[in-house]
Design a protein around this ligand. Structure first.
Ligand code: SIN
Length: 506
């Protein structure tokens, strides 16, 4: 018997969808790694919702639209901000232990938000706290959780998605049939050497959906988090924007505070602006990092408010209450993804998407901080709700979707691909580099048939997503939000449109 719902991915979007879907039918969740390993579980800062005194969904909407640099879908943003407060209540009812102050939910501040509206849990362990509750509730709800199962392809018959083909870590192949399949596989930060993402974030969902014929959109917009720990001995580790919300300052390696020279909101400017300013300061000082300084705040406050970051840095012999942390930008979030409407519907019947893998249009060219955890709950709830009364509907393929010929290659290894994208499709790009990188990908050997190993599967998926990023970045001949081209440094009114891609038949 097919499951009523198959959910691919076990981050917060996938588990929340599974939990809600379990009220309406049988549910199976497939997770590539362990059930709790996801980008969601690494989210620190929190989840945005306009619930504070003097704040409003209208203000949250304006901040989201401004950060998105003219490319957000206003109707989708309206859904996000209006539904946020009720989802916070639902999360609290499910048992999420948001931090409180004086008996009320504590609200932090992050870049480009005009009000304190970031709820957090366990200080800076918000994602892990929500993920833990989701795993418990999904288990209680009788959801079948299959960990260590990588999806090798969507199971498509007569143009309809009917589940997925998967391979267990032990090498067993199985087909999981389902009436509806919900993609919630997260992002693709592993396309870059420096990333805050989980090692599992290889863009699988986007690649699988694109390979199966679904339309993807906004792939040129990759968000780089401005402040990842940059110690020679440690991998990149997120240092939450919430530190800057609590007053941390960015200093160049020569000790000069620089953000006030780049933007009136200084350290709390939108992320793309802070990331580019850091790159400029690193170049000016010939350094591989800048410094994030919170040493002026009470050490006990810093250690209690940011226990995860404080402990992680201490484990690398860095006490952030005494010494500024070396930081540099790292790949963090992909605004692009599988095209959906606000009900999670994709252009493929039977296939829905929610969370980072989806492209609803809420983020435009640059995501507002902490809207990503919010998106996971708002749009996974709607994806499930939509199946109850719009059963077989799929989105029409947009008339302007650009055909991209299939060219399924695989890089020799992950590091080669990461270096290529870092060099040519990072924070600052140009046409010459983008074209050269696309040519390199096309020159790699063709990946044909079912990949024999998880590594081979991930490499093929990463090459597919990399190719989409490169083509979209080449096609957008302007600079907007997170997409900055030194050969087209201006924002151009004629480019206030979204770029969609579909796989052509040859
Ligand atoms: C952070 O804590 O800085 C990350 C939050 C986000 O990416 O929205």
């Amino acid at each position: 018997m097919p499951y009523d719902y198959l959910v691919l991915g076990s981050g917060i979007a996938g588990l929340y969808a599974a939990l809600l879907a379990a009220k309406h039918g049988s549910v199976c969740v497939l997770s590539k790694g362990s059930i709790t390993e996801s980008n969601s579980a690494r989210a620190q800062g929190g989840i945005a919702a306009a619930i504070g005194p003097g704040d409003s969904p209208a203000q949250h909407r304006e901040d989201t639209l401004r950060a998105g640099a003219g490319l957000c879908d206003p109707a989708a943003v309206e859904v996000l901000v209006q539904e946020a407060p009720s989802h916070i209540r639902a999360l609290i009812e499910l048992g999420v232990p948001f931090d409180t102050t004086h008996g009320a939910v504590a609200l932090g501040r992050e870049g480009a938000h005009s009000a304190p509206r970031i709820l957090h849990a366990g200080g800076d362990r918000t994602g892990a706290a929500i993920e833990r509750v989701m795993v418990e509730r999904a288990t209680e709800a009788g959801v079948t959780l299959l960990d260590n199962h990588a999806v090798t392809a969507l199971f498509v018959e007569q143009g309809r998605c009917r589940g997925a083909h998967a391979r267990s870590v032990a090498g067993e192949h199985r087909t999981v049939a389902a009436t509806r399949t919900i993609l919630a596989t997260g992002g693709a930060g592993q396309l870059y050497t420096l990333t805050t993402n989980s090692p599992l974030a290889t863009g699988d969902g986007i690649a699988l959906a694109f390979q199966a014929g679904a339309v993807v959109r906004d792939m040129e917009f990759v968000q780089f988090h401005p402040t990842a720990l940059a110690l020679p001995s440690a991998r990149a580790f997120l240092i939450s924007e919430a530190l800057r919300g609590e007053g941390a300052r960015l200093l160049a390696s020569d000790g000069r505070r620089f953000m006030p020279h780049y933007h009136p909101d200084a350290e709390l400017a939108p992320r793309d602006i802070v990331a580019r300013a850091i790159i400029a300061e690193m170049q000016r000082t010939q350094s591989d990092h800048v410094l994030l300084d919170i040493t002026h705040r009470d050490p006990a406050f810093v250690a209690a408010r940011f226990p995860g970051i404080y402990q992680h840095c201490l484990s690398h012999e860095l006490d952030i209450t005494r010494t500024p942390a070396p930081v540099a930008p790292a790949a963090h979030y992909l605004m692009g993804g599988v095209l959906t409407d606000t009900w999670g519907r994709t252009t493929m019947p039977g296939l829905l998407a929610c969370g980072e893998v989806a492209n609803t249009g809420i983020h435009g060219a640059n995501r507002l901080a902490s809207n990503s955890l919010l998106e996971t709950v708002v749009f996974s709830q709607r994806a499930v709700a939509g199946t109850l009364d719009q059963e077989s509907a799929a989105l029409p393929v947009p008339a302007d979707a650009r055909p991209l010929a299939p060219h399924d290659t695989a890089p020799p290894d992950r590091a080669t691909l990461q270096a290529l994208l870092g060099d040519h499709a990072g924070i600052i790009r140009d046409g010459h580099g983008l074209r050269a990188a696309a040519a390199v990908i096309d020159s790699w050997p063709t990946a044909s048939g079912q990949p024999a190993t998880l590594t081979a599967m991930e490499l093929r998926n990463m090459a597919t997503v990399a190719r989409l990023i490169l083509h979209a970045a080449l096609d957008r001949r302007e600079s907007r939000g997170a997409h900055y081209r030194r050969d087209y440094p201006q924002l151009a009114a004629q480019w206030r449109r979204r770029l969609s891609y579909r796989r052509s038949s040859s």
